[in-house]
Every structure is written in structure tokens, then in C-alpha cells.
Design a protein around this ligand. Structure first.
Ligand code: MG
Length: 158
């Protein structure tokens, strides 16, 4: 068994789409980044890469590379999942927490789980998505950004 932790944060700005776990979420601001800035999916990628001992997302998909400009982060997740498969690693489970003052993410949790599960080729019940505010405290509470954290367990398969 191998455990991995991922964390990411992106700034919220006007004039960008808000994409979390591959789902476009209606909101007056979106996350700023080189890719689609899908902070949830980036945390998942980093947890998976960490558990596999494969470094981090910035190493594999640098934000200075024009190839990744505005890329759908589910594509990065797909590539990450393939790297695990090549190393005979399978996902036992993924647990994600999104830190956002707004919007409310509960209505999108099921769709995000199904989307991530589809990309990674695992059952949706191996993925859990939670969301919390920071009770108005700090940069998250001020609505300046959204953060996400993910922990995962991998197992070695023959
Ligand atoms: Mg990121």
C-alpha cells in the first residue's frame, strides 16, 4: 500500500470559468491559472503522483509549457492515471476536501465523483468529495481563492 497527499490553491478572478473536478460550476468568478486551473483535479493528480513516488504535477506538466495552456485538467489526470497503471499501481480510494467560501458545492459532488472515476477507470464509490468553508477566515474566506486537498491510497497489483 502507498499513501499520497496533494494540495493546491488558485486565485479566484472575474472573467474565468470555475471548473472543479472537470465540472463547470456557475459562479461570478473563476480560477486563474495556466491550465483550466481546476484546483480539485490538481490536488488529486499530486496525491496520486506522490503516492506513486513520481514527484509532482509541476514536474510532469509544467505551467511554463505552452502545450498545457488552457488544457482541461482531466487530461492531466488521465495521463497521471496511465502512469500509475504502467507501474502496476491501482487506486484503493481518493478522499478530497475543497476549501471554498462560495459557491456551495454539494449539488455537484456526485457529478464530480463520476467524472473523476470515469477518467481514472475506477468505481465512483472509491472517490469521496467534501467541501468546507473557512468560516470567512483568511484568503479563502475572503473569496480570493479556492484550495483543495486530497489523500489517496494505492495498492500494488500483479
Ligand atoms: Mg494548480
Amino acid at each position: 500500500m502507498r499513501v499520497g497527499l496533494g494540495y493546491d490553491v488558485h486565485r479566484l478572478v472575474v472573467g474565468r470559468k470555475l471548473v472543479l473536478g472537470g465540472e463547470t460550476i456557475p459562479f461570478e468568478k473563476g480560477l486563474l491559472g495556466h491550465s483550466d486551473a481546476d484546483v480539485l483535479t490538481h490536488a488529486v493528480c499530486d496525491a496520486l503522483l506522490g503516492a506513486a513516488g513520481l514527484g509532482d504535477i509541476g514536474q510532469h506538466f509544467p505551467d511554463t509549457d505552452p502545450a498545457y495552456k488552457d488544457i482541461c485538467s482531466l487530461e492531466l489526470l488521465d495521463r497521471t492515471g496511465r502512469m500509475l497503471g504502467q507501474r502496476n499501481l491501482a487506486i484503493v480510494n481518493l478522499d478530497v476536501t475543497v476549501f471554498a467560501q462560495a459557491p456551495k458545492l454539494a449539488p455537484f459532488r456526485g457529478a464530480i465523483c463520476r467524472r473523476l472515476a470515469g477518467v481514472l477507470g475506477v468505481a465512483a464509490d472509491r472517490i469521496n468529495i467534501k467541501a468546507t468553508t473557512t468560516e470567512g477566515l483568511g484568503m479563502i474566506g475572503a473569496g480570493d481563492g479556492i484550495a483543495a486537498m486530497c489523500v489517496t491510497l494505492l495498492r500494488e497489483v500483479a
